[in-house]
Design a protein around this ligand. Structure first.
Ligand code: FES
Length: 154
């Protein structure tokens, strides 16, 4: 079910490690980026590629908070809630996002455009408060800046 290109990339990742099973986490990311979630098929694919049982894959992906077994949504907003961001207004940003999107952290909008998550420090404390949308950082946030960012998204 996965493309040849993805399978090639998976093989490249596996080749970086002395033991196949060490590639489990990056392969889960690879599959999740392709599927916008990790389905049973994705789990089966990863298990087969790294030579472990489905159960091992399930245990790992349910341990970490960055993997999803339901669609993530188009834009995954990960708002930092750790101390620097907290002290510089992360709660106000969360309240603004909740009001604007009509969802709480851990939820996805009904149209599937946005998912909101609260996460721990993303290593950008000097530009707090901040969030990450998919792979992009947005820093020194204010409610007005949040609106501009969300308005600019497809
Ligand atoms: S505390 Fe928010 S990025 Fe470090």
């Amino acid at each position: 079910m996965f493309s040849e290109a993805l399978d090639k990339k998976a093989n490249e990742i596996i080749a970086r490690y002395p033991v196949k099973r060490s590639a489990l986490l990056p392969l889960l990311h690879l599959v999740q980026n392709e599927e916008n979630q990790i389905t049973k098929e994705g789990m089966r694919y990863v298990a087969k590629k790294v030579g472990v049982e489905m159960n091992d894959v399930f245990e790992v992906l349910t341990f970490y908070t960055m993997y999803f077994t339901e669609p993530i949504g188009t834009h995954h907003i990960q708002l930092c809630r750790t101390i620097s961001c907290y002290l510089r207004g992360a709660e106000e940003i969360r309240e603004h996002l909740e009001k604007r999107l009509g969802i709480k952290p851990g939820q996805r909008t009904a149209d599937g455009r946005f998912r909101l998550s609260e996460v721990e420090c993303l290593g950008s404390c000097c530009t707090a408060p901040m969030f990450q949308i998919n792979f992009d950082y947005h820093e020194n946030l204010t409610p007005e800046k949040v609106d501009q960012i969300l308005d600019s998204l497809p």
